[in-house]
Design a protein. Structure first.
Length: 138
């Protein structure tokens, strides 16, 4: 019963669109704008990848900070009198952890944007099919 109602609803929406090609053209234009905007967002995110020099700068700052104070806080616990030979390793770990979270977040955002893009491209294809069908019927 539910599937039958859904099928009727979809069929009704298709009929409405076929009978109103101007509305379909507007939807087509709007979807194209959304796709263009999503592609720009994806390009921007892909360019945000931190460079090696940025990493080295952050690492140098962290090494200087730990060397200066000889203390470091890791997961809420403070460690004092850090030996000089451990400073660089600890700094590398802290910077990598910090950058890793940002990297993961960026990757997840990219996945979501790419899924949205794929959905919009499918919608665009469906709208183009409707336009083609209307042109063939007329």
């Amino acid at each position: 019963m539910l599937q039958e109602e859904m099928t009727q609803e979809v069929s009704q929406k298709i009929d409405e669109r076929i009978n109103n090609p101007v509305q379909v053209a507007k939807e087509l234009y709007f979807v194209r704008l959304q796709i263009r905007q999503l592609r720009k967002m994806i390009d921007t995110l892909e360019l945000e990848n931190p460079t090696q020099s940025e990493y080295e700068y952050k690492l140098a700052l962290k090494i200087a900070e730990i060397s200066d104070t000889r203390t470091v806080e890791i997961e809420g616990k403070t460690y004092r009198n850090i030996p000089a030979n451990a400073v660089e390793k600890i700094a590398k770990g802290l910077v990598a952890k910090q950058e890793g979270y940002r990297h993961e977040l960026r990757e997840q955002r990219l996945k979501v944007l790419k899924l949205k893009l794929k959905a919009l491209e499918s919608e665009l294809s469906a709208l183009q099919s409707i336009i083609k069908y209307v042109d063939e019927v007329e």
